[in-house]
Design a protein around this ligand. Sequence first.
Ligand SMILES: *Cc1c(COP(=O)(O)O)cnc(C)c1O
Length: 411
Amino acid sequence: MKKSIPLSTTCEKHPWPDARGRFGAYGGKYVPETLMYALDELEAAYRSAMADPAFQADLEQRRQHYVGRPTPLYFAERLTASLGGARIYFKREDLAHTGAHKINNALGQCLLARRMNKPRVIAETGAGQHGVATATAAALLDLECEVYMGAEDMERQRLNVFRMRLLGAKVTCVNAGSRTLKDAINEALRDWAANVEHTHYVLGTVHGPHPFPMICRDFQAVIGREMRGQILEAEGRLPDMLIACVGGGSNSIGLFYDFLGDESVRMIGVEAGGTKLVPGMHAARFAGGTVGMLQGAMSYVLQDKDGLIGGTHSVSAGLDYASVGPEHAYFHDNKRIEYTYATDQEALDAFQRCSRLEGIIPALESAHALAEVVKRAPAMATEAIIVMNMSGRGDKDVEQAARFIMQGEEL
Ligand SMILES: *Cc1c(COP(=O)(O)O)cnc(C)c1O
């Protein structure tokens, strides 16, 4: 019975992005002329690496022995029993080295940098998770590393700043604009344009100009590819529903990608609903955004009617961004993937529920996906199967969560 299920049909059925780097009307490369050459060079290097068995073998070896792949697929028995419906599995990206899925992309791109003979990598970071993943891979591969981070974020995420410095990276403070992620990305793009002959820009999610959304997706697709084998082994069939949180969109597309061709599998992306669905108080780009261009790609953007980028809010820093990867915009419009959102409060409730029932403290980002599981599972049949991506562990969020949850209580 297991053998009758095709291993993966995605690649034939989903030829995106096209030659111009577009997912339907979305994506593309809206960058200054100076960066066009760098993007073309990167795409050529990437395609040659993917076709090179030696590169693939090296990547695979490091995934196993350094990242700790395959990550487990875990049956959440107590959560399943407490919700009384569908069988719930977690794909445990929280158990990957550095505690989240981001290392999958950072490692792949740092290997590409080395292949291009570029001794220096740069990265942008908001909460610091991508900065830490990049600094980690750079240490492993002996690359010089500089991470751009908004002044506001450096203040909020002091521990991650220290982690990056400990790993040998230079952390550069960005004082422009709102002094957060968007400004750090602009600064990283400027550095890249000036130093492109010896520097690679490790972009942290499936956003930015082509070929970044494709490269990051392909490095993250290992999540769903592994999970397919694991769920067939555990249940003898494919899941009914996949659920993942959507910041830029890399852990979700990583989970979904291998299943796009399997019509029986529903996919749900969960954005940050913040405190309220009014401008400035959330980061639900599909519920509250419109089509626009940000940081080199066409996609959905939270903006006002003059195209001015809107403020965002989420209890979870990793979901707090004004735009979303262009491939998600494409699948939103053609309805292959459904998008919804969870509020701060719903995520915090799920965060506590999972900690107490499963002994797993999820990242606040992952807790948004978990909130959707809590809403959906009880109404589903007890034979139904949900796989949720546990994108990261929650140690980094304990202080933040304590501020919200335990006001007035003793810790
Ligand atoms: C960064 C991050 C996210 C959000 O980024 P995506 O590109 O949407 O995956 C989600 N979960 C964790 C744990 C993160 O660190």
